[in-house]
Design a protein around this ligand. Structure first.
Ligand code: ARG
Length: 717
């Protein structure tokens, strides 16, 4: 009895935390609303910045120094000559593409010693935010006038086109798009400018930039120097231009001042960046679905696929480089899914969401007008989620197990040209920035024998886990022509396809193109994609139903919480999160300090484990205590630190700034104890893991010998 009462109380206090007035640390705030929603609280915490210092559409402000990097990360301008800082894991795919086994910049690091040595990152773009405009009324009016869902889609497209055309005017460089917020309850137009001549300036070796590897990923205490540097080039008028030797370093409207003063517990800290996606309004039904379907399939399939890729990487340095970025992207999401499921259970996320839904339902039931408006919100969501269960499981399996077979996915991308929107401009594995894919880009990183093993294992796994009636047609061929022997069928597929190598593909392209239409890999690819399409189409009705329910639920929540500051879910638009430098207690009796130092790197060193190898030069600097101006007062060399800022994937590389808006670090990860953070913010546990800017400059200067770059920066001590 006592126990139940206690749990009840705990539960209540958790609820109060999640439903009560939002704490300063939680929230991915929209920049145009800072004055209205956050300024007061920010100055209470100690920030010395006005809303206009952060976001001003007429004068330069902090937002002008923050970039959307390659579509999947954030970066910041840190010098008068367009030098850009982001994470090592954000530059990873690019660095890998620029590397060969003989010039392996992932393994050895790289520093350009002058502008001529900067390497063109062909295909990489960075996006500056020009401004946001609230266009809710115009969009809603247009859509309300339309009758059915199809007409509404039409109306949305028409009004978006009008609004964006007007916003861009006759500018050659601006782009605009209309983005939905709060589950289609609000709309903003985002106006931006894209630069595409970006060059790689430098990065530490992986033994620093990825120190701790997959073992330490998503964990604290952390000792990773997760940073890399690039430079933006512009035409002679400082405008965006395609790569040209005549281009010159971009002269920024604003670049961040760097502070070497460091940080103490409770110091104000804020992050501006491009969080990708959160689901803070996720219902209990979706929590269950995410855990039991989405994450479960990811974990199961990736265990198999990664195991195969990994052993090939270990056996062969060439394969190790070829698959480095693909593997890291895959392993990162795999571990995120594992951690999320563990944390869902530990933090009772399902039960807490169910309790919130109960409160919402009671609030709705208390007023007939609310019942009229929101009465169906949760049941629509529930029905959609329950209705799509099997379809989602199967389509997720297609995505995780059949799409990653490289031979067939290459056949559908590189094969005979069929109209397919959005073919180009894909990003690398795990949504990380990469290059546009061309045949030679693909084959440079392709190892046939690895793919054969993966294909065999995944095609078997798919057959084991999917009902026979839902298998794509090629399984029949395996049964009839190969007696059900998947290994034999896959061997035949690979020996008869032209897509196994660039040479064979080129030869096939030069000959009768129609022959490629009969290439077995091309046929299997079409079989897979037409089946996938079918499931996607069947899922569509549930998507519509879900969207309808979710829109109502969020609208109701906004009404229920009227008067409180509420932020919309992340949607790859620029956001600000503010809070402070803060340690945490991962479990009873343990407190994790907010700072790590080079001492910890030496403690973790394990020459036999490539994830924990320490470069000799770093050890020399450590032994000589040669830390220059970057050391802590007590003489130790800082590496990483914690804040309670509210970030997610996409924020990687974001600037962490002090109360004056000076750069003190770069955000690069979240922590294991709060892996459910995309769904629920847990104030006592959720932390943002950052590289200390002093470690970044120390590595660049003392370790990399690229101290000349300091001259173009503005540094305060
Ligand atoms: N967990 C980080 C994120 O999602 C990425 C870290 C990359 N490092 C790695 N070892 N895979 O932002």
């Amino acid at each position: 009895m006592m126990k139940i009462r206690k749990i009840g109380l705990l539960f209540l206090s958790m609820l109060i935390l999640s439903l009560g007035s939002l704490r300063a640390d939680e929230g991915m705030w929209m920049l145009p609303l800072i004055q209205k929603l956050n300024s007061k609280k920010m100055s209470e915490i100690g920030f010395k910045l006005s809303a206009k210092d952060i976001y001003d559409i007429n004068n330069s402000s902090l937002k002008d120094a923050v970039l959307h990097f390659g579509g999947g990360c954030t970066a910041e301008v840190i010098s008068k000559d367009g030098l850009v800082l982001t994470n090592h894991h954000c530059g990873y795919g690019i660095i890998q593409r620029l590397s060969t086994v003989d010039h392996d910049y992932l393994q050895n690091g790289y520093w350009a010693m002058n502008h001529d040595e900067e390497l063109s990152a062909k295909g990489l773009t960075v996006i500056f935010l020009d401004r946001f405009e609230d266009v809710t009324k115009a969009v809603m009016d247009a859509m309300d006038a339309a009758k059915d869902p199809k007409a509404k889609d039409e109306a949305f497209r028409t009004v978006s086109d009008q609004l964006t055309a007007k916003a861009v005017g006759d500018s050659k460089y601006l782009r605009a798009r209309v983005v939905s917020f709060f589950g289609d309850n609000q709309y903003y137009m985002v106006v931006s400018k894209t630069y595409s001549d970006i060059r790689f300036v430098g990065a530490p070796p992986s033994s620093i930039g990825k120190f701790g590897g997959e073992t330490d990923n998503w964990m604290w205490p952390r000792h990773t120097g997760d940073f890399s540097m690039f430079r933006i080039y512009a035409d002679k008028d400082n405008n965006p231009a395609e790569f040209s030797k005549d281009n010159v370093p971009y002269q920024p409207k604003k670049f961040l001042t760097i502070s070497l003063k460091g940080m103490n517990q409770n110091d104000p800290a804020m992050v501006i960046g491009y969080p990708g996606r959160t689901n803070r309004f996720m219902t209990s039904y979706e929590v269950k679905e995410t855990s039991e379907v989405t994450n479960a399939v990811t974990i199961l399939v990736r265990n198999v696929r990664q195991g195969i890729i990994w052993s090939d990487m270990e056996a062969n340095p060439k394969v190790r480089l070829q698959y480095a970025s693909k593997y890291a992207g895959s392993a990162n999401s795999w571990k995120k899914s594992l951690g999320m499921n563990e944390t869902f259970a530990k933090l009772n996320v399902y039960e807490r969401r169910a309790a919130e839904e109960k409160i919402f339902s009671e609030w709705v039931a208390a007023d007939p007008a609310r019942v009229e408006k929101y009465g169906k919100a949760l049941s629509e969501v529930k029905e959609a989620i329950e209705g799509r269960a099997k379809l989602l499981y199967i389509s997720r399996f297609y995505q995780e197990a059949l799409s990653p077979i490289e031979l067939t996915s290459a056949a559908s991308r590189l094969g005979p040209q069929v109209e397919r929107p959005g073919r180009e401009g894909r990003t690398g594995g795990g949504g990380r920035p990469g290059f546009q894919s061309s045949p030679s880009d693909f084959y440079k990183d392709y190892n046939v024998s690895t793919d054969i093993k993966v294909a065999k294992a995944l095609i078997k796994l798919f057959r084991d886990k999917i009902p026979a009636s839902d298998l794509p047609g090629f399984y029949k061929i395996i049964d009839t022509d190969y007696n059900g022997n998947i290994d034999a069928a896959v061997d035949a597929l690979f020996s008869n396809s032209a897509f196994v190598s660039e040479e064979k593909l080129k030869a096939a392209m030069a000959g009768d193109k129609n022959a490629l239409l009969k290439d077995p890999a091309y046929l299997v690819a079409n079989d897979i994609s037409s089946n996938m399409m079918k499931y996607m189409k069947d899922l569509e009705q549930y998507r519509t139903q879900y969207a309808k329910g979710q829109k109502l639920y969020i609208a109701g929540m906004l009404e229920m919480k009227a008067g409180q500051a509420i932020y919309p879910d992340a949607n790859s638009t620029m956001r600000l999160t503010f809070g402070k430098v803060l340690n945490y207690s991962p479990k009873d009796g343990v407190i994790f300090d907010f700072v790590t130092t080079l001492d910890g790197v030496m403690q973790k060193e394990d020459p036999k484990n490539y994830e924990f190898t320490v470069p000799a030069k770093l050890k020399e600097l450590y032994n000589a205590k040669d830390f220059g101006q970057y050391a802590l007062k007590d003489g130790r060399m800082p590496v990483a630190f914690l804040t309670n800022n509210d970030i997610t994937g996409g924020n990687s590389g974001s600037p962490v700034m002090n109360k004056k808006g000076e750069l003190i670090g770069t955000a690069f990860d979240g922590n294991w104890e709060s892996m459910s953070s995309d769904i629920i913010f847990e104030p006592s546990l959720q932390r943002c893991i950052n590289v200390d800017i002093r470690y970044t400059l120390f590595i660049m200067d003392k370790f990399g010998g690229a101290g000349y770059l300091l001259n173009e920066m503005k540094i305060v001590k």
